[in-house]
Write a protein that binds this ligand. Structure first.
Ligand code: GLV
Ligand code: MN
Ligand code: MN
Length: 421
């Protein structure tokens, strides 16, 4: 790898330090930065300001992604001219998440721009840093909503109708944030102008810790999806309703949680998680009338994921019948296993010969965009190996190593003659 950031360039840790207090969640711990809520809007403003400080040309696309362009010197020369190289990640978080999932990729991209400037790199190709909205799907339920809209991987009508926990639609919330929601949807012209997308992300496991390396190249993303079970029973009084007279959907929900665990452990490499359970109306002395619970299931083989979900559904129906309840299952999103572009990943490997190659069980905008354009990923070491939690971590020196690796990769990709993609 080349030399680290010269004095004067902004460090990744310095950039992340500027936003460390944004969206801190005193109740859950960690950070809650939901798309188009105050904290995420503050981060979007911060990103625009950082881009402007670097004289990047900023635009927000039809789907709410912010693009900060470093124009090329080619004939078209301006932002959005073809054969662009793009890097970036997201600014939103899961509820009570860590500080690095998303923002590390954005801050590393800004630091990489500083490094390219310091190295005097000027190329025909333009470079853009992008921040995608709602990567986690923490507010509207569908992960990677911004990149899915861009790539045509979700029907815009369905996206407009998605609701948050307060019942507000995506259309209403996005319009409130200034989007023309009639215009959301696929943007093939934008994608056609991009030759490569490279997303840097904090590693969400212990691969790099075990290998004693700071930076890895991504190989693949585990296929994954989200499903909602709705269990309906009879709302009633916790004290006056005898146990034998109950139709309690929470009992069914508890069984579904265990069935999910059991179905996943039956298949090597399968994962099944129920991370969110919402009883209605939700009172300590109230037997719920309905319980909604969300299942996240993952496996490299689509057929195995389908079999795991089918088995959980079978158990859910059995449990519901035994309790006098009813249950429905709705698929909310799905994406099969993604293998990143072999040629692009090979080019990353030539720039970073010491970097190991790792797969990931986590979803990313790079995985969605892989269906449309060549994409690749870099992972920066996470000493705890923990993610989607305040325990997620990244040491300053590793964050700088990640930014240098990203700058090295971008420099090489930008210098490829136009026509090589
Ligand atoms: C996002 O990080 C996911 O893997 O769900
Ligand atoms: Mn995440
Ligand atoms: Mn992420």
């Amino acid at each position: 790898m080349s030399a680290p950031a010269p004095a004067g360039a902004t460090s990744v840790a310095g950039l992340l330090g500027e936003i460390a207090d944004v969206g801190r969640d005193a109740t859950r711990g960690g950070w809650s930065r939901f798309v188009y809520a105050d904290a995420e809007l503050t981060l979007r403003e911060w990103f625009v300001e950082q881009a402007q400080r670097r004289s990047l040309e900023v635009e927000t696309d039809r789907n709410g992604a912010i693009w900060a362009w470093r124009p090329g010197t080619g004939p078209a020369g301006a932002a959005g001219s073809p054969h662009a190289i793009v890097t970036g990640s997201h600014l939103d978080s899961v509820p009570g998440g860590g500080a690095f999932d998303g923002p590390l990729g954005v801050a590393s991209a800004l630091a990489a721009v500083d490094l390219l400037d310091a190295r005097g790199v000027r190329t025909e190709r333009p470079l853009a840093v992008v921040a995608f909205p709602e990567e986690e799907g923490a507010r509207f339920g569908v992960a990677c909503l911004g990149s899915r809209l861009l790539a045509g991987a979700i029907d815009p009508d369905r996206a407009r109708g998605l609701r948050d926990a307060d019942g507000r639609t995506f259309a209403e919330v996005a319009a409130g944030a200034g989007l023309d929601v009639d215009r959301i949807g696929p943007d093939p012209a934008r994608l056609a102008g991009i030759d490569a997308f490279v997303e840097l992300h904090v590693e969400q496991g212990r691969g790099l810790v075990d290998l004693g390396q700071p930076v890895a190249i991504g190989s693949s993303i585990l296929g994954h999806g989200r499903w909602r079970f709705s269990v309906t029973g009879e709302g009633n009084h916790a004290g006056t309703t005898r146990m034998v007279d109950r139709r309690d959907p929470m009992v069914v929900a508890a069984g579904i949680v265990l069935a999910a665990r059991d179905a996943a452990v039956a298949h090597a490499e399968a994962r099944a998680t129920v991370g969110r359970v919402v009883p209605v109306p939700g009172g300590t002395n109230v037997i719920a009338s309905r319980v909604d619970l969300w299942l996240d299931a993952r496996h490299p083989d689509d057929a195995v994921t389908a079999a795991v979900v089918a088995e959980i559904e079978r158990q859910a129906s059995r449990l519901a019948a035994a309790q006098g309840c009813a249950v429905t299952l709705t698929e909310e999103s799905y994406g099969g296993t993604v293998h990143f572009d072999a040629d692009l990943s090979g080019r990353l490997a030539r720039v970073l010969p010491d970097a190991p190659v790792l797969d990931t069980g986590a979803g990313h905008d790079a995985g969605v965009l892989a269906s449309a354009i060549p994409t690749a990923m870099l992972f920066t070491r996470n000493p705890t190996g923990v993610s989607h939690s305040p325990e997620e971590a990244c040491e300053d020196a590793d964050a700088e190593a990640g930014a240098v690796a990203l700058a090295d990769v971008l420099e090489r990709l930008l210098q490829e003659p136009v026509g090589v993609s």
